[in-house]
Design a protein around this ligand. Structure first.
Ligand SMILES: [Ca+2]
Length: 477
């Protein structure tokens, strides 16, 4: 009897051990992805449209009110000298999502959509790459330009993929612009009915779910893009009597090359003279501030939801804008220039366990987000990317950094931003140079001053080096 039972007992023990192992594997798979898993952090990626540097923590505009963006900055590293690669939506977002310069993709303006471009259609995007490594990829709102949806980049979209103008449509003003896009003013319907509120709500719902894989959640807020509509309460809390106009130098444009004036020609917004003569300039400034604070409120709702979720300890947070915005500076409106107003963007990166409240003044680029997130999440390095990871600056915001930030608008026009200077070279060879130590408003073009020959040569060399390095890119399919 004993002789027959022993093998059975051994078999039972082996089976129990096998079941225990299987149970462990299955329960691990079902576990909420809340704790560190071989460096595979989650990513909360917050894109804001047309937000210039008028956020509190950047201290550029004392009237900026962005308590939630400021709170995120105090939690991670704020890049105070960050720049877009193109000063309009499509090429900036294409560059960021592909990790490639406009000079590599050949996409310089708001068309084509890169999936319709033979040279670019098979390239891999940032979130497509994360998807290959097991990430759940989700998006709502404006991530790519327009209402473009890319099912290779995101496996799950919110109810409002892309840029949805339909909802916030109430017209308050009659603006002499070819489109009603340039309207602005307070809206009397409830905040819950505004599109960015709805996008934040959808993302908050996602954060309440249980993920068994790491996630990459992208939320694209549309404001403060025009029309500058926000709930009325954000206007009431900032009465016109408290709003200040940007300081303008009447002679500012006198020292610009003609290529600069040609490049910024933009038929869409009303002319600066209209804003001045109609008395609407201050109202437009008020509306921009109101939209920024309204968007900041949505950012705060997202951050609160993340903090209340099981993912708060293991989620990287990135917040950025796709480019800057003129509100009358240099007598310009909107973007489409190679000046600081158009290229400088807020950029905050919070990495779990990293430096809190760091401020980094090194010049950095949005296209660095692709290699930076790869490195932070432990994904293999992609050789084909144009940008470099800013992780060394997350570890030490004062680390040595020799790379400048490059912005390109239309073929052959480039701005090189170093820690101190902005050097612009247009396709016809004409130049501008600004010394930010002495001239933060970029009023005095010192390119023709012979004292600055060495500075110009140094910046021109950096430009050539970057362009030559990125010249032979191949599609990274
Ligand atoms: Ca000037």
């Amino acid at each position: 009897m004993r002789m027959t039972l022993r093998p059975l007992r051994v078999l039972l023990m082996k089976m129990r051990s096998l079941f225990a192992t299987l149970f462990f594997i299955i329960s691990s798979l079902n576990q909420v992805h809340s704790k560190s898993d071989a460096g595979r952090h989650n990513v909360l990626f917050i894109a804001i449209d047309d937000l210039n540097d008028w956020v509190g923590c950047l201290k550029t505009n004392s009237q900026a009110r962005t308590p939630n963006i400021d709170r995120l900055a105090s939690r991670g590293v704020l890049f105070t000298n960050a720049h877009c690669q193109a000063p309009i939506c499509n090429p900036s977002r294409t560059s960021l999502m592909l990790g490639l310069r406009p000079s590599t993709t050949g996409i310089y303006i708001n068309r084509p959509w890169f999936r319709n471009s033979p040279k670019n259609k098979n390239r891999i995007t940032l979130t497509q790459y994360f998807g290959k490594f097991g990430y759940e990829t989700l998006a709502t709102g404006k991530i790519f330009h327009g209402s473009k949806v890319d099912n290779l980049s995101f496996k799950k979209y919110g109810p409002r993929p892309g840029q949805m103008l339909g909802l916030d449509k109430k017209v308050q003003e009659q603006v002499p612009s070819p489109t009603k896009l340039w309207d602005f003013g307070p809206q009397n319907y409830s905040e819950e009915e505004h599109s960015d509120y709805k996008d934040a709500s959808w993302a908050i719902d996602q954060l309440k779910k249980e993920f068994t894989k790491p996630f990459f959640l992208a939320v694209g807020f549309y404001r403060p893009h025009v029309p500058l509509f926000a709930p009325a309460k954000y206007f009431k809390s900032r009465p016109i009597s408290e709003v200040k106009l940007p300081v303008i130098n009447d002679k500012d444009r006198d020292d610009l090359p003609s290529a600069a004036i040609q490049l910024i020609a933009n038929p869409t917004p009303p002319k600066h003279e209209w804003f001045v003569e109609s008395g609407k300039w201050i109202e437009a400034i008020q509306a921009y501030h109101a939209c920024v604070t309204y968007t900041d409120h949505q950012v705060g709702r997202l951050l609160d939801a993340l903090d209340a979720s099981p993912y708060s300890d293991n989620t990287i947070i990135v917040l950025f804008s796709d480019h800057g915005f003129h509100l009358g500076e240099k007598k310009s409106w909107a973007k489409r220039s190679l000046w600081e107003r158009s290229t400088r963007v807020p950029l905050i990166i919070y990495a779990p366990g990293g430096i809190k409240g760091g401020r980094c003044s090194r010049p950095v680029e949005l296209l660095s987000l692709f290699p930076t997130l790869n490195e932070l999440c432990g994904l293999p390095k992609l050789r084909e990317l144009d940008g470099i990871s800013v992780k060394p600056l997350l570890d030490n915001p004062n680390a040595e950094w020799i790379s400048p930030a490059l912005t390109t608008f239309k073929k052959g026009n480039h701005a090189v931003r170093s820690e101190r200077f902005r050097y612009i070279r247009y396709a016809d060879g004409s130049e501008e140079l600004y010394d930010h130590l002495k001239d933060p408003n970029e009023w005095v073009n010192i390119a023709s001053n012979t004292n600055h020959k060495a500075v110009i040569m140094n910046h021109a060399n950096m430009l050539e080096q970057i362009l030559n390095k990125n010249e032979h890119q191949i599609p990274n399919e």
